[in-house]
Design a protein around this ligand. Structure first.
Ligand SMILES: NC(=O)c1ccc[n+]([C@@H]2O[C@H](COP(=O)([O-])OP(=O)(O)OC[C@H]3O[C@@H](n4cnc5c(N)ncnc54)[C@H](OP(=O)(O)O)[C@@H]3O)[C@@H](O)[C@H]2O)c1
Length: 180
């Protein structure tokens, strides 16, 4: 089975994925792009076999109301965190082993949904196959930077662009093989 790791994040136009106070109202939009599509993303969500999260994203997701349903979810942490759901397991250790020995044999469509720290760790190790970035129609000026420290140069192939009616744009890229 060939598995794919997709890094999926929502970012502001100026490249932040969270505000310092952790509030999320910046993701609300009243913008209207007349030629944009409307799509609730249900089909894409159904195709996801597993989510991978950093511990801070896990804690924030619990506060906000669990958005990952009953889909298996792996939380990366060195701490002993309370397990609140049957579908959640915790992992501590080498991220290459996590992908090669735990995720890839079990899951095909793996979504790494943040946060910045874990996303950057995966990028640095070359473990991200695809990036799906939702750009929100807002600038934040400050906050948690999406790609603050992501390692070396890497070329990406544009697979798709979707402009949504609410002013969001999704950029979907696949990693290009080195040398191409
Ligand atoms: N806009 C979006 O799409 C989006 C998506 C996700 C999250 N967010 C936001 O981003 C913020 C959280 O992001 P963040 O960057 O601060 O934290 P994060 O990546 O969610 O979690 C960081 C934690 O994950 C663990 N971790 C990360 N890399 C590791 C590695 N290589 N090895 C071992 N453990 C590792 C560590 O946990 P321990 O310290 O427990 O060991 C680390 O403290 C929240 O505000 C959240 O709401 C936004």
């Amino acid at each position: 089975m060939r598995s794919t790791i997709t890094l999926h994040l929502v970012a502001s136009l100026d490249g932040f994925i969270a505000k310092k106070d952790n509030s999320i109202s910046w993701m609300d939009t009243s913008d209207v792009y007349e030629r944009g599509v409307t799509d609730d993303g249900a089909e894409v969500l159904q195709s996801i076999d597993c989510y991978v999260l950093g511990s801070r994203t896990y804690e924030h997701a619990l506060e906000l109301g669990w958005p990952y349903g009953d889909t298996p979810t792996v939380v990366v942490t060195k701490r002993k965190l309370p397990c609140t759901r049957k579908t959640v397991e915790f992992y501590s250790g080498d991220l290459r082993k996590l992908v090669g020995e735990i995720l890839a044999p079990r899951y095909r469509n793996i979504w790494l949904v943040g946060g910045a720290m874990l996303g950057q760790s995966f990028l640095k190790l070359g473990l991200v196959d695809e990036i799906r970035l939702m750009i929100a129609p807002v600038t934040l000026g400050d906050g948690l930077h999406l790609f603050g420290d992501s390692g070396t140069e890497q070329k990406w192939h544009l697979k798709n662009v979707v402009g949504y009616r609410n002013g969001y744009v999704e950029l979907w890229y696949a990693r290009q093989a080195s040398g191409s």
